[in-house]
Design a protein around this ligand. Structure first.
Ligand SMILES: Nc1ncnc2c1ncn2[C@@H]1O[C@H](COP(=O)(O)OP(=O)(O)OP(=O)(O)O)[C@@H](O)[C@H]1O
Length: 268
C-alpha cells in the first residue's frame, strides 16, 4: 500500500532513519580569495548529534552560519528533508527557523532579548508559532524554566539579573520550547566556568536524548565533543579532513592533524 501513497508536490519527504534530515553537498563559502569553508559534504540523520571541531580559523563558524542560513554559501547546496533551502521562499525559511530549527549562540545575549523577562523570552517563541492563550503560554514557560533548572519565581526577572550559566539555560529553553527537530549550537558552553559547563553539558545531553533532537554543534573543546556528539567532523583551513564516529576519531585518529589535535599539541 505504501508504494501507492502520493503526497502533494509541496509536502517534503519525511526523514526516516534511511533518509537524512539534512544533506550537505559541496558547500563552500569564500571571503574574497580566502576560503571560509570548501567542499563540505555530510548527511545528518534524525536524532544524530554531529560535532564540528578544529582550531580557531578552521571554518567552523562559517560552516555553521551557512547551514543555519545566516550566510549565503557560494557553492554547493543544503537539503533539509529533501528540499533545497535556497529554493524555499523567504517566509518559509523564516518559519522553518522559528519552528523546526533552533540556534543556540555562544553568547546568550545574541540569542535572548535582554530587555524582556525570562518568561517573555520563552513565551515570545511560542507566540511566534501561533500560541495566543496567555495562561497556557505562561504555564509552558514556567514548565520550561523548570526543565532548565531556573526557579519559577524568577519568571518575571530580566536575563541581565541572571548569571552567565542561567542566561545560557534560558537561551536553551527559548530555543527548545517550540520542539525543534534540528538545533545548531555554536560553542554553547564556551566562556563559562568549568563547573557551570559540566552542569550545562549534563542538562543539554538529557534534553537532546529526551527530545530526540538532531544537533550540529561547533566546539573547540574535545571533551564537549566526546560527551555530546555521536559523530565528529574535523576541519582545517576550511576543509573537512576527517569524519567518523566520535570514539573512532578521538581514540584512533587517522589524519596527522587530528592526531595532533587529540594529543593536545595543538592549542585550539
Ligand atoms: N567576515 C569575514 N571576512 C573575511 N574573512 C573571514 C570572515 N569570517 C571568517 N573569515 C575567515 O574565514 C576563515 C574561517 O573562519 P571561521 O571564523 O569560520 O573559523 P572558526 O573555526 O569558526 O574560528 P573560531 O573558532 O576562531 O571562531 C578564517 O580564515 C577567517 O579569517
Amino acid at each position: 500500500m505504501g508504494s501507492h501513497m502520493t503526497f502533494p508536490a509541496e509536502t517534503p519527504p519525511l526523514a526516516t532513519p534511511e533518509t537524512p534530515l539534512l544533506r550537505v553537498e559541496g558547500l563552500g563559502k569564500f571571503y574574497g580569495a580566502r576560503i571560509g569553508c570548501a567542499d563540505v559534504c555530510f548527511d545528518l540523520f534524525p536524532g544524530e548529534v554531529l560535532g564540528i571541531v578544529g582550531e580557531s580559523g578552521s571554518g567552523k563558524s562559517t560552516l555553521l552560519s551557512c547551514l543555519a542560513g545566516f550566510l549565503e554559501a557560494d557553492a554547493g547546496r543544503v537539503l533539509y528533508r529533501g528540499r533545497d533551502i535556497r529554493a524555499m521562499a523567504e517566509p518559509e525559511r523564516r518559519m522553518l527557523s522559528r519552528t523546526e530549527w533552533a540556534f543556540v549562540h555562544q553568547n546568550p545575549r545574541d540569542g535572548l532579548r535582554m530587555g524582556v523577562s525570562a518568561g517573555g523570552n520563552v513565551g515570545e517563541r511560542l507566540m511566534a508559532v501561533g500560541a495566543r492563550n496567555y495562561g497556557s503560554i505562561r504555564d509552558t514557560a514556567t514548565d520550561w524554566l523548570g526543565r532548565v533548572e531556573i526557579a519559577p519565581e524568577r519568571i518575571d526577572d530580566r536575563p541581565r539579573q541572571f548569571s552567565g550559566g542561567m542566561q545560557q539555560r534560558l537561551q536553551i529553553a527559548r530555543n527548545l520550547v517550540t520542539g525543534p527537530r534540528l538545533v545548531f549550537m555554536d560553542e554553547p558552553t564556551g566562556g563559562l566556568d568549568v563547573s557551570v559547563q559540566a552542569r550545562l553539558l549534563d542538562l543539554l545531553r538529557g534534553l537532546v536524548r529526551d527530545m530526540g533532537l538532531s544537533v550540529i554543534i561547533v566546539t573547540h573543546d574535545l571533551a564537549v565533543a566526546r560527551l555530546l556528539a555521536d559523530r565528529l567532523m574535523v576541519m582545517k583551513d576550511g576543509h573537512v579532513i576527517e569524519q567518523g564516529l566520535t570514539d573512532q576519531v578521538l581514540d584512533d585518529p587517522q589524519a596527522a592533524y587530528t592526531q595532533l589535535l587529540v594529543s593536545s599539541v595543538l592549542q585550539v
